[in-house]
Write a protein that binds this ligand. Sequence first.
Ligand SMILES: [Zn+2]
Length: 303
Amino acid sequence: MRIYTHSACLLHDTGPGHAERPQRLGAVIEALRGGFDDLDWQEAPRATRGQLLRAHDEGLLASVLEAKVEQRIQLDPDTVLSQASAEAALRAAGAAVAAVDAVLSDACSAAFCAVRPPGHHATAEAAMGFCLFNNVAVAAMHALERHGLSRVAIVDFDVHHGNGTQAIFAAEPRVQYFSSHQMPLYPDTGQVRERGVGNIFNAPLLPGTGSRRFREAWNGRLLPALDAFAPQLLLISAGFDAHWRDPLAQLQLDVEDFAWITGELRALAARHAQGRIVSMLEGGYDLQALRDCSVAHVAALRG
Ligand SMILES: [Zn+2]
């Protein structure tokens, strides 16, 4: 089991009082280092322009990589660019690419990318919702274009809908996207009727939803569709903000729910994808929940 991370991801400075703060990643790394002694830690490389341009346009690359940043620039009301952000964004997306290469070359079967900024709200042309580049989308495009896969699944259990991921792949049948998320909540997308070309599966959940309804949503509709797709590679947008402690949302999941869904996904990947899973850290804004959930997630990925 590999962990990809980079110290640059701790230097992306969103400013005082921002929920998406460096301490989040610090907590995850500290918990994983304390919780396991057999993880294979890898330094994330930088994503190349070519890898990023499979998912994003030139305009977004320029606004993230070429901006002249004195202190901080607001790309949208939630999304901040600091002097260190371009490097962090390159390493976060680069981790995703390197992890895909690792599982598809059998260097390991599963990998977790402990990185920030997160990615699933970033669209082809815009940074938004704390996200600069869409790390999981860059990973999926790399699997299609570099490795020639024809069935890549993206599973997103972050409490927010991954509008960017959905938009990037809404017309791409080689990728299927499966998301459970709170609704109503930012970014206000992710209705059941949003189906793309039949490759999008959304399960909106009301505020207050707990373990039982969360598991029913996955067991009833999302996991059977994912099983039928028989992905060659499974990518996870692993946000831990559906935990009851999280300050940004009102789902009531517990650590065991994240262990459960991860175990289900691992079994599914073992059936169809030779166990190949790449998981990316997305949201999660309570430090204790982040510590507990990331350890439970990695333990379940590792088996
Ligand atoms: Zn989130």
